[in-house]
Write a protein that binds this ligand. Structure first.
Ligand SMILES: Nc1ncnc2c1ncn2[C@@H]1O[C@H](COP(=O)(O)OP(=O)(O)OP(=O)(O)O)[C@@H](O)[C@H]1O
Ligand SMILES: [Mg+2]
Length: 540
């Protein structure tokens, strides 16, 4: 093999070395195999460690959709060496059943570059205390606990935002930062990347996900176990834990990251979804006769789920009091306290993450195995999905699976929102109150609106105060695009809402006399035409 070809192979999937102890892995696997791994075996291993499936490796490396060669190569070689290597280290025989197990098994065996690994909710006190003490004794090593932090070896763009937040935290000593944005926009990934960037500036770093709504007791205990193991007593009261945390964050320089705070937030709407559907489906006269007292409508506020209020208290205290640490939150919705505490010159700030640009969209598509993505295609995908990296990835998978990898064919058809993209948007839409939903539908059909126009066009006659509160809430939920005083929606949200309107109308038509089905067809056609024109305008 020529030197340049060998070098090219060695560079493929090299990002794996950021998070994995590759050298040790190569040595241990060579010992299990009985001789050194070949460059191709090393390349496939790195590909798996970057999170790619055999199909994605095949598509990226060999530009082919068939993954059978890679699969056979892996099963007959690498998987066997991994099994042998792990079985030598543990008494049980470990079987690599499929590619997705490889990273888990190797991480468990300690080949991933993390300092401490404590599973949420299953804290092993002895282990973490001993380890904590050991690292704390070595003053030059910052103590870091990344919990279940995601791998960020593939990360595009966001330089401006990273520099901005870095400046807030290091130079302006901001003590509470909230990263906001729609589902899939990249908050979690950004938070991990930021922590990696800042890690040398802190004595302690703790990253925790609230995705599965771990209780405040568990999370506070885990943080204290890392930053002050000697002061923590098991079973102590939650208020004592909060006070201890605040005091520890004063005496040490720590970075605490709580991801997915929206999982412990909710907004209480005083009207049932079913009632709302009735309002939506009914004609204006029926609304007037409906038994919904619109004057009683309330726009809910964003609150903590019962049992999770202690998080709010901690956030409030860390935002208000003097300390040398930083609490970084990621959330789809802005918690109540932040709105009150934040300001451009205050030590509490929030940053709304927006979509990636065309170039970064192109990079994601290439990463997903599209060898030649032209500028126009990546531009259109970026626009349709408002640069949402999760949606772009999901669309890329669908293009491979349903359109034989042909981006132009995917772009020609009309459906933009499907599968995982729809579930992600459903999660956010289902949390809205009646008035918020109405505003969203209005914006989907009419494009931009200012407050006055919104108020005039709402089907439900609600007070100006309610409209104002609802718009403010939608902004806090990262669902509105704001341009000076007017509001609009991203194309993907627009498409989602129009689809929903069509479905809701069909439901209504089915319940009514047959003639209304005809009305539904017209309704659907009109909305779809409208969507086409609006899409064309955006693309132009
Ligand atoms: N800058 C980036 N470059 C490349 N990929 C990215 C980037 N940011 C995020 N991604 C990818 O997009 C997907 C969604 O990212 P992430 O989970 O961080 O979103 P999120 O905003 O935290 O979503 P949620 O609100 O659902 O928690 C992930 O697969 C991630 O790897
Ligand atoms: Mg997230």
């Amino acid at each position: 093999m020529s030197t340049s070809r060998r070098r090219k192979i060695e560079e493929e999937f090299i990002e794996a070395k950021n998070n994995w102890d590759l050298e040790k892995l190569y040595v241990d696997l060579a010992s299990a195999k009985g001789k050194a791994l070949t460059p191709v075996e090393k390349k496939f291993l790195r590909g798996l460690l970057c999170g790619f499936s055999p199909a994605e490796i095949a598509s990226k490396v060999y530009k082919t959709r068939s993954s059978s060669t890679v699969r056979v190569y892996l099963s007959n070689g690498l998987y066997k060496y991994i099994e042998e290597m792990l079985s030598r280290q543990a008494p049980d025989f470990i079987k690599v059943k499929n590619w997705s197990r490889v990273t888990q098994l190797l991480e468990k065996a300690g080949y991933k570059k993390v300092w401490l690994q404590i599973e949420s909710g299953t804290l092993n006190t002895t282990f973490s205390k001993t380890k904590a003490q050991e690292i704390a004794n070595n003053k030059s090593t910052p103590m870091q606990d990344w919990g279940e932090a995601v791998d960020t070896s593939i990360f595009y763009g966001r330089k401006k935002e990273l520099t901005q937040v870095e400046k807030w935290i290091l130079q302006e000593k901001v003590r509470l930062v909230v990263l906001l944005g729609m589902g899939g926009i990249g908050k979690t990934t950004f938070s991990v990347r930021l922590a990696e960037l800042l890690k040398d500036n802190f004595d302690f770093i703790v990253w925790r996900s609230l995705r599965f709504a771990a209780s405040p007791e568990v999370i506070f205990e885990q943080i204290l176990e890392v930053i002050s193991p000697e002061s923590f007593t098991k079973g102590q009261s939650i208020s004592r834990s909060i006070s201890q945390l605040v005091s520890c964050l004063r005496s040490t320089r720590s970075l605490i990251i709580l991801d997915h705070v929206d999982s412990i937030l909710y907004s209480n709407s005083n009207i049932e979804v079913q009632e709302y559907t009735e309002v939506l489906s009914a004609k204006t006269s029926a609304i007037a006769n409906s038994n919904i007292n619109v004057n009683n409508l309330n726009v809910p506020s964003i609150q903590y789920l019962p049992g999770y209020e202690a998080f709010g208290e901690l956030i409030q205290r860390l935002g208000e009091s003097q300390h040398q640490s930083c609490l970084l939150l990621t959330s789809r919705e802005k918690p109540q306290e932040i709105a009150a505490l934040e300001g451009n010159t205050l030590p509490v700030r929030s940053l709304k993450l927006t979509g990636l640009n065309q170039l970064q969209t192109k990079e994601i598509l290439e990463l997903k195995g599209f060898a030649t993505v032209n500028l126009e295609e990546s531009q259109q995908i970026m626009q349709r999905y408002a640069g949402n990296p999760l949606f772009i990835k999901l669309a890329a998978t669908a293009i491979h699976e349903l359109f034989a990898g042909k981006i132009d064919e995917f772009l020609q058809q009309e459906t933009v929102v499907f599968g995982g993209i729809r579930s992600c948007l459903d999660e956010q839409f289902n949390r809205l109150s009646v008035v918020e939903k109405q505003i969203m539908y209005l914006l989907a059909i009419n494009g931009d609106f200012d407050l006055k126009k919104l108020q005039k066009n709402l089907m439900l006659r609600v007070s100006q105060r309610l409209t104002l509160e609802a718009v403010e809430l939608l902004q806090r939920r990262s669902l509105l695009e704001t341009d000076e005083s007017s509001f609009s929606l991203t194309p993907v949200l627009k498409e989602y809402l129009i689809e929903k309107l069509i479905e809701e109308n069909l439901k209504f038509s089915r319940d009514e006399a047959g003639s209304l089905l005809f009305a539904h067809t017209i309704f659907e056609k009109q909305l779809k035409n409208h969507l086409k024109v609006s899409r064309l305008n955006t693309e132009l």
